[in-house]
Write a protein that binds this ligand. Structure first.
Ligand code: NAD
Length: 325
């Protein structure tokens, strides 16, 4: 009989792709979200609309499944997560506390938690040429306000459920995931999607607004690497938090130049220094990931951005045709 998996946040970007991935692996998949996927129907064998802040709904979601991939979260890009600390912290702690308890009661064999690079201390991310972040750098703690503190605390809850109740938890610290079939406008989009949208909407010679001076740096992981990494970590015996990202550091200015090149457009940058830009630099140290999995994300930024830009530019075209007709 097929293994049964629950993917929470299956109406969101990573969850939607993970449902497809697990099905290709032969799983039976239940997707749960508070909303349907934005761009195409879910491939899940069963899709339930549930608010996972409520314990009864978490019990219903975890009923009869073997593995849980807990991706549901109130989250968005830097503009979104810096604007509402209280709501984000409250919504996410309710989802995660109730999902852990329901998974314990329903005797789930594996519980994968989607943590984030936002748990790393702000004091380690003050320079653009940042030293890549190792898992042990998380403490002494000084994470991103709201979203980052909640992620770090839930990592600890996963540890406690493992130690006290034997629930096999895995915590994965994602570093900036991008790709097609993800939010690209409306305020929750992240930098690669927002920049693809702005460049898609620009004329052949044009300028776009950039948040900050563009010299802030990040590493970016393509969605297919992300879902493969999630699966490999879930199946591994490694029980402590693990980075999942690439260690290829680029500035936002470089990211814009790559996307402009793919689009075949000449794009100038209008810097808005009043907009939030997050930490100055953030990169993933993948030494432990390589040791544990003998694998790491391999899709280059240039490859991943080709498919991402193509999808977002098609979407913007469809939207502008709708406006005209
Ligand atoms: P997303 O916003 O696209 O997906 C999250 C989904 O959770 C959404 O569809 C949302 O509707 C759902 N959700 C929110 N509140 C809910 C509730 N009360 N009940 C049920 N569902 C609810 O985000 P994503 O990019 O797919 O991220 C997935 C996970 O990975 C999240 O936990 C996020 O914090 C984490 N993460 C993502 C990134 C990234 O770069 N995308 C980086 C670090 C961590």
């Amino acid at each position: 009989m097929a293994t049964k998996a629950l993917v929470t946040g299956a109406g969101g970007f990573i969850g939607h792709h993970l449902v497809k991935y697990l099905q290709e692996k032969g799983y039976w998949v239940r997707g749960v979200d508070i909303k349907n996927p934005d761009f195409e129907p879910s491939d899940a064998d069963e899709f339930q609309l549930l608010d996972l802040r409520l314990e009864d709904n978490c019990m219903q979601a975890t009923d009869g499944v073997d593995e849980v991939y807990n991706l549901a979260a109130d989250m968005g890009g830097i503009g979104y997560i810096t604007a509402s600390h209280a709501d984000i912290a409250r919504n996410n702690i309710l989802i995660n506390a109730n999902m852990l308890e329901a998974s314990r009661i329903n005797k789930i064999s594996r519980f994968l938690y989607s943590s984030s690079a936002c748990i790393y201390p702000m004091y380690k991310q003050t320079e653009a040429d940042v030293t890549p972040l190792k898992e042990t750098d998380a403490y002494p703690a000084d994470p991103e306000e709201g979203y980052g503190w909640e992620k770090l605390f839930t990592e600890k809850m996963c540890q406690y459920y493992l130690e006290d109740h034997g629930l096999e938890t895995r915590s994965v610290r994602f570093h900036n995931v991008y790709g097609p079939i993800g939010t690209y406008d409306g305020g929750k989009e992240k930098a690669p999607a927002a920049l693809c949208r702005k460049i898609a909407l620009a004329s052949d010679v044009d300028s776009i607004e950039v948040w900050g001076d563009g010299e802030q740096t990040r590493s970016f992981m393509y969605i297919s690497d992300c879902v493969e990494g999630i699966f490999r970590i879930a199946q591994s015996d490694y029980r402590n938090p693990l980075n999942l990202g690439t260690d290829h550091l680029v500035s936002i200015n470089e990211l814009i130049d790559i996307i402009s090149g793919i689009a075949g457009k000449t794009i100038d940058k209008d810097y808005d220094l009043t907009k939030p830009q997050g930490v100055r630099g953030r990169n993933s140290d993948n030494s432990l990931l390589r040791d544990v999995l003998n694998w790491e994300p391999g899709i280059t930024l240039e490859e991943g951005l080709v498919t991402t830009y193509r999808w977002i530019s098609e979407q913007t075209l469809v939207q502008s045709e709708k406006v005209v007709s």
